[in-house]
Design a binder for this molecule. Structure first.
Ligand code: PMP
Length: 339
């Protein structure tokens, strides 16, 4: 933990003491008359989002005190860097090709980044990691299922890392709902150095609301709460998420549809002459190696279809990353690729 964070006195409001229970609130310089929308939005939201956490706790099978909520998991990444890494001194390790924000967020925080590329089959290079880690390596960011490769990391490798590295291991499970592998959330009691991140932006279909989750020991969660902006999850998001979290069944239906479509799209893509390889995916996207990736990317754009050109990313040479869409969207993609 950064020394200044250990001694930091966090921002506090009068409502921390009164737990929000009073008849008249004249403590926070809000507008007591109301708002142009509904009266509700004139008040600051619950800084620790207890109602949302209570529902998430039931869904995820983990107590609320082990949950941190961020304005997207992107905020969780930033808060973790600010809790654990001393700018200009500490470093983090990432395993490219992987999600881009770990590196960007580290750069914003002036934290050095060491890169240990995945093996050619997109798994952890444990020997390489051992060499890269030093006394200033505060965190390792892993992503499983991994973006942009789509595969899950081998569980045993992750366990080796968790047992032998005493810094923080962040396991980004943004795509876990589409995966054949199980989450690391139930393993948290065994690993005090583990932080698992998930998000409502993917399977839950709520990217616009910006709600990311970090699950970890109470100690880590307390540190994250100390560092986050006081009202990081707005009231509209909290209200809508509370409603959405009642619809687990509907979300599971969507996951089934997307996983079926992923299988169909994979098979159909493999039949196309320009497709060299479709990598197995545990996520809601496919990494696809094609002839002339950038040309294909542009051709799709001309057809009004935007995919992600990953052809200049390490180990993804010649690849496009394609999100699994609706049946109609996937058909349009296939048609555009044929012509
Ligand atoms: N992690 C991974 C692996 C992602 O792919 C993304 C979004 N592309 C995020 C985190 C960010 O998610 P959020 O919308 O919760 O900030």
């Amino acid at each position: 933990v950064r020394p200044n964070i250990l001694t930091l006195v966090p921002y506090s409001s009068a409502r921390d003491e009164f737990k929000g229970e009073a008849d008249i609130f004249l403590d926070a310089n809000e507008n007591s008359l109301g708002s142009p929308l509904t009266k509700w939005y004139n008040r600051y939201p619950d800084p620790l989002q207890w109602k949302v956490k209570e529902k998430l706790s039931a869904i995820k099978g983990i107590a609320s005190r082990h949950i941190f909520l961020g304005n997207g998991s992107d905020e969780c990444i930033d808060v973790l860097l600010r809790v654990f890494c001393e700018p200009a001194i500490d470093n983090i390790v990432i395993v490219p090709p992987t999600y881009g924000m770990y590196e960007v967020s580290a750069a914003i925080n002036n934290v050095k980044v060491r890169k240990v590329p995945l093996t050619p089959d997109f798994q952890l290079d444990l020997a390489g990691l051992e060499k890269a880690i030093d006394g200033h390596t505060k965190m390792i960011f892993l992503c499983s299922p991994n973006n942009p490769t789509g595969n899950s990391l081998d569980r045993k490798d992750v366990e080796v890392l968790l047992n032998n590295y005493f810094g923080i291991v962040v396991m980004d499970e943004a795509y876990i709902n589409f995966s054949r592998q199980r989450s690391f959330v139930p393993d948290l009691p065994d690993y005090p150095n583990l932080v698992v991140m998930q998000t409502l932006s993917k399977a839950w279909g709520l990217a616009a609301l910006r709600l990311g989750m970090a699950f970890a020991s109470q100690e880590i969660i307390s540190l994250m709460n100390k560092v986050k902006p006081p009202y990081n999850i707005n009231q509209a998001t909290q209200d809508l998420v509370l409603k959405a979290l009642d619809e687990v069944g509907q979300v599971n239906d969507m996951i089934r549809v997307l996983v079926d479509e992923r299988g169909r799209l994979e098979q159909e893509l493999k039949r196309l002459s320009i497709v060299r390889e479709v990598y197995p995916s545990d996520a809601n996207f496919l990494l696809v190696k094609v002839d002339n990736a950038t040309g294909t990317y542009r051709k799709l754009l001309d057809n009004g279809i935007v995919v992600r050109d990953r052809s200049n990313v390490i180990l993804c040479e010649g690849c496009l990353r394609i999100t699994v869409g609706t049946e109609t969207e996937n058909d349009a993609l296939l048609k555009a690729l044929i012509h």
